[in-house]
Design a protein around this ligand. Structure first.
Ligand code: BMA
Length: 311
């Protein structure tokens, strides 16, 4: 295995609060997708209230992004979402399926944190579709294909008895979700022993669905957020084919080690490229956006050849 399976871009960080035309304190945990010949980034920003909103930035090459003049998604004051977005909207993920980009994000309120689903065709008009989980869920990514006619998502409920594990859930219509199953748990005394959560929406490869997830380890100096890789069966995504035993990325650059929350690399998006590489985007220390590249085949090899148990 290569030592650095993810090669950091030398121009990191690629987007910071200095690049945003409206007042924000951070730029992090962004979804990135290709839309036509552009890369679209939906990023999270803290305001000075400590609450978060979501902004949009565009790029021709996946490295140099220019932010829109106005935020993309702020807590709504109207309709059924208002009571659940009062404390902010966080950590978007985007999946293209058919003609729609589906956006999942964490909706925070005095009622807890739950997942909201919105959709857009053009990143101009956005429609809120449904609040798709109850409270105590974060980190929900939708697969870009259906399985036996059903949408599938990886999600991350929390319970005291089985902390912060990854589950799979299905839906016929994006509104009603069920048939949930546990697929993957944190591994005791391991880099991801405290909690795990889906990161980027899964990427289809010839050997399975590649999922880049985050794992957390608790230290005397607080938690360390790292990234890992897991492989799900192509036809039955509830089946894990392998989970890489070692992390693929950990906080090392100064802007990953120090910031709003120290020692964090956290992904919400990765873009596969035609040459077999993947651009992985991550927030550094909940403060800035970074990008790096990996070879998809090497990530898949890590999952299959250096595997740890799933549950
Ligand atoms: C998690 C979430 C993420 C954040 C991470 C590190 O619980 O809040 O949005 O990046 O903590 O602070």
């Amino acid at each position: 295995m290569p030592n650095d399976i993810v090669e950091r871009y030398s121009g990191n960080p690629i987007l910071t609060k200095a690049d945003i035309p409206y007042p924000v304190e951070t730029v992090h945990n962004a979804a990135v997708v290709k839309h036509g010949d552009q890369y679209i980034m939906l990023f999270r920003s803290h305001l000075r209230t400590g609450r978060s909103i979501i902004g949009l930035a565009c790029s021709q090459d996946g490295y140099k992004f220019v932010a829109d003049a106005e935020p993309f998604l702020i807590p709504t004051q109207e309709g059924p979402f208002a009571a659940y977005e009062e404390f902010g909207v966080e950590d978007p993920r985007v999946t293209k399926i058919d003609d729609d980009y589906l956006i999942t994000y964490s909706a925070y309120s005095r009622n807890g944190v739950r997942i909201a689903l919105a959709k857009t065709k053009d990143f101009d008009e956005i429609e809120r579709v449904s609040l798709i989980t109850q409270a105590d869920y974060r980190n929900t990514v939708i697969f870009p294909e259906k399985f036996d006619g059903l949408y599938a998502r990886l999600d991350r409920p929390h319970s005291e008895i089985s902390p912060w594990s990854i589950w799979i859930t299905y839906s016929p219509d994006l509104v009603f979700w069920g048939e949930s199953q546990l697929v993957m748990k944190p591994e005791p005394y391991h880099w991801d022993e405290m909690k795990i959560g889906p990161g980027a929406p899964p990427i289809k490869t010839d050997r399975g669905w590649l999922s880049i997830y985050h794992g957390v380890f608790q230290t005397m100096d607080g938690s360390v957020y790292r990234l890992g890789a897991a492989l799900h069966d192509l036809h039955n995504p509830a089946k894990i084919l392998g989970i890489g035993d070692s992390w693929i990325l950990q906080p090392e650059d100064p802007w990953e080690i120090t910031g709003y929350v120290h020692n964090v690399v956290f992904t919400c998006g990765a873009v596969p490229e035609p040459d077999g590489t993947v651009k992985i985007y991550w927030g550094g220390a909940d403060t800035v956006m970074c990008v790096g590249e990996a070879k998809i085949a090497e990530l898949v090899d890590l999952c299959l050849q250096h595997s740890r148990a799933a549950v």
